[in-house]
Structures are given as structure tokens and as C-alpha cells.
Design a protein around this ligand. Structure first.
Ligand code: CAA
Length: 445
């Protein structure tokens, strides 16, 4: 069976940056380490006044198409995943196609376009849709453009304000891919939850503490479901585990739970038994509370073992490097984590071809998905082509006053006009409103 997966990936960050320990913490009267150590974030990316989900998505897609020598005719689907959409009818993918048609000779009239919504997991669901479309033999030799794009802004003063971010990830899904092959096996953990939602409002209503618990519960359920499809997972089965990263501290919690799960009944659990005992099993306790207390104690001890620390440093920590500098990109976040880890492997000169990634996606509301990806021979060239370091370094570093203005500019309920902070170059920009309330875009050379 021909491999199907991600052939190429491109990242586009918002052009502005908010320094969390330097600028945000003093204004909030918080210890900077709450952000750097607690949440694990140094900075957030923000959109300049001429940027939005369309410009960032189209810019990422344009870079990807140029680099891969793709023409509109090569693309049979454009799916945009976002939770920052501004229209309940016209999908963002039509705007993106309109942008790209300004710079290519051909058009996308024969590409199926759509918009996917299920909070942050919609990016992965769009990958799945593209995979299924190709596997069903409906693609006529063409690939799918999947774009995950978000302006992840919270209301001013919300606890989530520290985890904001803005950026897009474009991916080309095709047969015989250069970057990673997607596994047919998947596991889901899904339930009707009220942890984070936007009931026809721009900024989310969030129960932050609960959202953390829901993430962990659904992720665990998805892992168990994945194991029923693919067999038990052992830490040696995968090189890295990119997870949805609303902030790195969230992944730190998820990783500990995942490690406990995958070492159960393995020689690793046996080896650790002398030092921290065996994992508590529910049948060994009279009450649920006793079992939970024992579990907490075991987890605290596990966290401090050398085995866990080494595994975390090798398998999880390298997935977080870009996220630390950009914050939450919602639908793009797990795809940023994959890019981070492949970039780290490239920088270390590690030969990854043929190795496996265990990918954990999550969307509030809520659903988690686990699948595996096999790294392909062409991965080094693909990752080498990313210019994400330059993009991050080139962002304009906002003062607190700048930040307040930028937040207002992107607040749909405010009508604020602010001079742009950066000069757009070789990119699409927002160019005002049309007569039916549509947004207009233009390419700036
Ligand atoms: N030094 C070191 N660490 C510190 C510290 C200091 N001076 N001060 C605080 N910390 C630690 C805290 O102990 C805590 O870590 P632990 O959870 O490991 O104990 C961490 O920093 C954060 O501190 P608080 O819990 O006090 O922070 P908070 O209450 O202000 O906000 C939050 C945390 C609720 C997660 C908030 O950021 C939020 O609401 N975020 C948005 C929702 C979110 O991202 N949820 C994640 C799961 S849902 C999801 O994944 C979907 C999505 O993308 C939104």
C-alpha cells in the first residue's frame, strides 16, 4: 500500500511578540517564573494590524507551494482548521484560495474547500480527512492543502491571557510523502465537556483548571483506544511524542501520565519497583480515594526518577522549543510540536528516517486523538527548509502599550485604527472591507 502522509510543512508566525517575563509579568504583578517555569512560556506571537487568520494561512501556504514547486492544479482540496473564524457561512479556505490566485497563474476552481471546527483538534482532523480522501482513491493524483490557522486571543484579564498566540501551519498531504507517513491506526477519547468554548463570541469562556483535567482525561482515553487498534505502546516504540501544547506546562503533566501508562507491566516498572514501588492497581484498595492518593504518591515519586527525567528530556522536551516562544496556536499547536522535534533532531544530526512519532492531538469540548507517524527519508530536506528561527527573531517586540493597542485592534467589538508596527514584505495583507462585509486582501511585494 502506498504511504500517505505529510509531504511538506511550513510555519508562519504573527509578526509581533509579547515578552512574558519581561513585559507581561511586571504589569500583572506576577513573578516572571510563573510564566517561564510554571507555564513554560517565554513569549507569545501576535498578529500585526494587517494580519489575520487568512493572511497567516495564505502566507504559510504560499511559502509551501513555492518551495515544493506546486501549482494550483496539484491541489485537489483546501481545508482550513481554525477556531478564530469570522464568518458562519463562507469558509476561510475560499479567502485563502483567493489570495493564492493573486500570485499563481492557475486557479483552485476544481479543489474541494472546507473549514473544520473542533477546537484545537480540527487541524489533525483535517489531516485525517485528507488521508481518507487519498486512501479512497478520490484524489486523481493530487494532494491536499491543510492549513491550521488561529489568532488565539483571550479577553484581557482572563487567566488564559498568558497563553495567547497567533500563527499558521500549512501542510501538503500526498502519496509517497517526504516528511512523515500517517498510521491507519488511531485512538479517540471524546466526551461532551464544558471546559472551553466560544458560543458565538470572539474570546473564549474558559474554565482553565477544569480544561487541564479534561485534556488529561481525554488524552488517556485516546491512548487506551489507540492501544486496542495498534497494540500496547512501549516507550521504546517511539522516538518522540509531540502533543497539543496550549502551554508547555500542560504537556509536562500529560507526559508524566502517559509515561506511567506505557511502562505499566513492563521491565521498566519492574526496574523502578525497588526505588518507588510498583504502580498502584485499583483492585489493591478499598476505596477510590485511597487508590487516588496512592496514585498521586507514585506519580510524585516517578517524576523524580532518573529514568523518567531522561525519557522526558529526550522524548518530550524537544517538542516544546518553538511553543515556548510563540504561545498557543490552537489548531496549529500540535503541528508546531512535530516541527519543533524534527528540527531539534536535525540540529543534533540524528538519523530519524524510519523512526516513529506518537502524536497526541486535543480539542476542548472535548476530544483527543492519538496516532503514529513514521519519519520518511526526505525529512531532513523538508525541515532544513523551515525559516522559523528567522521569523521568530524578526518579530517586533511590543511594549505593554503596544500590546494593549494590538489587542484592541483585533477585538471584533472595537473599532480601533492603529499604525502597523512592522513593514509587510512578500506577504498577503488585510486590505479593508468590501461592500457585503467581506474581507479583502492583497499581496505586498
Ligand atoms: N515559579 C514557578 N512556577 C510557578 C510560579 C513561580 N513563581 N507561580 C506559579 N507557578 C506554576 C503553578 O504552580 C502552576 O503549575 P502547576 O499547574 O504545575 O502547579 C503554573 O505555574 C500555572 O500557575 P497557575 O495555575 O496559578 O496559573 P493560572 O491559574 O493563572 O492559569 C491556566 C493557568 C488555568 C492553565 C490558564 O493559563 C488558562 O486558563 N489557560 C487557558 C486554558 C488552557 O490552555 N487550558 C489547557 C488545556 S485545554 C487545551 O489544551 C485547549 C486549548 O488549547 C485552549
Amino acid at each position: 500500500m502506498t504511504a500517505v502522509g505529510i509531504d511538506a510543512i511550513e510555519i508562519w508566525t504573527g509578526n509581533l511578540k509579547l515578552d512574558l517575563p519581561g513585559t507581561f509579568a511586571p504589569e500583572k504583578g506576577e513573578d516572571p517564573e510563573k510564566y517561564t517555569k510554571g507555564l513554560g512560556l517565554n513569549a507569545s506571537s501576535f498578529p500585526d494590524s494587517y494580519e489575520d487568520i487568512v493572511t497567516m494561512g495564505a502566507n504559510a501556504a504560499h511559502r509551501l507551494m513555492d518551495r515544493k514547486g506546486l501549482e494550483p492544479n496539484d491541489i485537489g482540496r483546501i481545508d482550513v482548521a481554525t477556531e478564530s473564524a469570522f464568518d458562519n457561512s463562507k469558509p476561510v479556505s475560499t479567502y485563502v484560495a483567493g489570495c493564492l490566485e493573486q500570485v499563481y497563474d492557475g486557479d483552485f476552481h476544481h479543489a474541494n474547500k472546507g473549514e473544520r471546527k473542533f477546537a484545537c483538534i480540527a487541524g489533525t482532523q483535517s489531516l485525517d480527512d485528507a488521508y481518507n480522501w487519498i486512501r479512497a482513491g478520490r484524489n486523481r493524483g493530487r494532494g491536499a492543502l491543510v492549513i491550521a490557522t488561529d489568532t488565539a486571543l483571550y479577553a484581557r484579564g482572563d487567566a488564559g491571557e498568558a497563553t495567547q498566540g497567533a500563527g499558521a501551519v500549512a501542510m501538503y498531504i500526498a502519496e509517497d510523502p517526504d516528511l512523515v507517513e500517517l498510521s491507519a491506526e488511531q485512538g479517540y477519547g471524546s466526551a461532551d465537556e464544558t471546559d472551553f468554548l466560544k458560543p458565538n463570541q470572539q474570546f473564549p469562556s474558559v474554565d482553565g483548571k477544569r480544561s487541564v483535567q479534561v485534556y488529561l482525561a481525554r488524552m488517556r482515553e485516546a491512548l487506551e483506544d489507540y492501544e486496542t487498534a495498534a497494540g500496547d505502546v512501549h516507550p521504546d516504540d517511539f522516538a518522540f511524542a509531540p502533543f497539543h501544547t496550549p502551554f508547555p506546562g500542560m504537556v509536562r503533566k500529560a507526559a508524566l501520565l502517559a509515561y506511567r501508562h506505557v511502562i505499566r507491566d513492563t521491565t521498566i516498572e519492574d526496574e523502578l519497583a525497588d526505588e518507588i514501588g510498583r504502580q498502584p492497581r485499583p483492585e489493591g484498595f478499598d476505596t477510590d480515594d485511597d487508590y487516588r492518593d496512592a496514585l498521586r504518591e507514585y506519580m510524585d515519586a516517578l517524576k523524580d526518577t532518573e529514568q523518567y527525567r531522561e525519557w522526558y528530556a529526550e522524548t518530550i522536551d524537544p517538542t516544546l522549543s518553538i511553543s515556548r516562544e510563540v504561545g498557543n496556536w490552537y489548531t496549529g499547536s500540535v503541528h508546531v510540536a512535530r516541527a519543533s522535534v524534527l528540527k531539534a533532531a536535525l540540529e543534533e544530526g540524528r538519523d530519524l528516517a524510519g523512526e516513529t512519532l506518537l502524536v497526541g492531538s486535543y480539542g476542548s469540548g472535548a476530544q483527543a486523538e492519538i496516532h503514529a507517524e513514521t519519519v520518511r527519508d526526505g525529512w531532513e530536506d523538508e525541515i532544513e527548509a523551515l525559516n522559523v528561527d528567522d521569523q521568530l527573531a524578526d518579530r517586533y517586540d511590543m511594549s505593554w502599550e503596544d500590546y494593549e493597542e494590538v489587542h484592541d485592534v483585533h477585538n471584533h467589538e472595537m473599532d480601533v485604527d492603529v499604525e502597523e508596527f512592522t513593514a509587510p514584505e512578500s506577504e498577503f495583507v488585510f486590505d479593508g472591507w468590501g461592500r457585503m462585509g467581506e474581507r479583502k486582501y492583497r499581496y505586498v511585494e
